[in-house]
Design a binder for this molecule. Structure first.
Ligand SMILES: [Cu+2]
Length: 425
């Protein structure tokens, strides 16, 4: 009976002390430290070497399951007097396989940083001794991880993702570290996030995400919403291409002096990539700006365009003619002058035939006088014979001007004609 009664007394004391410490800690023990003993009286069969400061459940077990087949009694006693050790925990458990707990006892204690010495106080068991080193738990992590998500993929002009989007969730925790990252697609359940999530179903989607750290702090649930659209149908239609010719046209529709060719191309699908043109027999070349053509003659410009999907239009052509600018307008006259004798007097005769299509006003001027004839009809002439009032004259020139209305403007043209020296009588 002694073997049973003795541990009952001791256990009540150790248990009461341990219970008080646990209440002071104000929270349940999270660590469990286990000592075991067997038939040996020189050492515990197993014992922890380290622990973290804070609430601890201490288990001491010695019975048949731990190898105590002799019914040996041991204690787990924390040293509360030897210098150099922590003395703030009072553990003194007496255990034997046949006690009322079957040799297994638990107490709650609160360990502080430092070293505890423990031993078995049964006489002759002095070799059963050891140390438990307790380290600080460090600052407590109460901050949840920071978690974010980004969406990537090919976007269209509206900001929608074409064909598919990829959602990347990132979480960081500066203290205990990230433990779990989870995501949920649309109405699905949260699941572990291990790699970027590809979403290729057409429509609007929401990805929710959250993370927890190793201290158990969970972030709020974040979310990101985006839209996946189907890719546009493949572009198989070449661009539409056209050319316009501009410049000053004459009455025949020909371009006077130069023409400018402007090429336009449109492509509703993939868009225009290149526009090319070739002038007359030349090779195709990139079209970058309107092309001036000034060489007189008939010209052909060929042109074509290619879209970004590689579809090339057929070659179209535009043909036009460039002509030289006409000579300046003039009043055409055929002017003649002649010197001759009439008796012993010299006369200078001047004639000007109107070669034009409209009437002209003609002025005949010589060193011997001047006259103006109005309204000389086409094909008719102005004529005057001027008396030089001399028997002989040297060679000279007459000046004739003709003025007519051409295309609504008065055009005056001047002519000269020479006459010979002459001697009369
Ligand atoms: Cu012992």
């Amino acid at each position: 009976m002694l073997a049973v009664a003795l541990p009952t007394v001791w256990l009540s004391g150790a248990g009461a002390a341990a219970q008080s410490q646990s209440q002071q800690a104000g929270q349940a023990a999270e660590q469990t430290l286990v000592w075991t003993a067997d038939n040996s009286y020189t050492e515990y069969k197993s014992a922890p070497a380290t622990a973290t400061a804070g609430p601890v459940t201490i288990v001491f077990e010695t019975n048949e399951s731990t190898g105590n087949t002799f019914g040996m009694t041991h204690t787990l006693t924390f040293d509360v007097s030897s210098p150099g050790y922590n003395h703030d925990v009072n553990v003194n458990i007496l255990a034997s396989p046949f006690d009322t707990s079957g040799g297994r006892h638990e107490v709650q204690v609160n360990l502080t940083p430092g070293t505890y010495r423990y031993y078995c106080m049964i006489p002759g068991h002095a070799g059963m001794v050891g140390e438990l080193v307790v380290t600080s738990a460090g600052p407590t992590d109460t901050t949840p991880p920071q978690v974010s998500a980004s969406v990537s993929g090919d976007k269209d002009a509206d900001g929608n993702y074409v064909s598919s989007a990829s959602v990347t969730v990132s979480a960081t925790d500066d203290e205990s570290g990230v433990d779990t990252v989870e995501y949920a697609l649309d109405n699905g359940a949260f699941q572990a996030y291990t790699a970027p999530v590809a979403v290729n179903q057409v429509g609007q989607h929401t990805v929710r995400y959250r993370a927890a750290d190793k201290a158990g702090n969970a972030s709020a649930v974040g979310s990101v919403t985006f839209t996946v659209v189907a890719p546009k149908p493949k572009d198989t239609t070449p661009p539409t291409v056209s050319a316009a010719v501009s410049g000053t046209k004459d009455a025949h529709g020909d371009y006077v002096d130069s023409a400018t060719v402007t090429i336009s191309a449109t492509d509703a699908d993939s868009g225009v990539d290149t526009v090319e043109y070739a002038l007359d027999a030349g090779a195709f070349q990139a079209y970058t700006a309107p092309v001036p053509v000034s060489q007189v003659g008939e010209h052909t410009v060929r042109y074509r365009a290619t879209d970004k999907a590689g579809n090339t239009s057929g070659v179209a052509t535009t043909t036009f003619t460039v002509v030289a600018a006409p000579p300046p307008a003039r009043t055409p006259l055929t002017v003649t002058a002649a010197s001759r004798c009439l008796g012993t007097s010299v006369y200078v005769a001047v004639a000007a035939v109107n070669d034009g299509d409209v009437p002209a006003t003609v002025t005949l001027t010589t060193p011997y006088g001047s006259t103006t004839v109005a309204n000389v009809a086409p094909g008719k002439q102005a004529y005057q014979s001027f008396n030089a009032r001399a028997k002989q004259i040297g060679a000279g020139k007459v000046t004739v001007t003709g003025t007519s209305s051409i295309d609504g403007e008065n055009v005056t043209t001047s002519y000269e004609a020479a006459y010979n020296a002459i001697s009369c009588g």
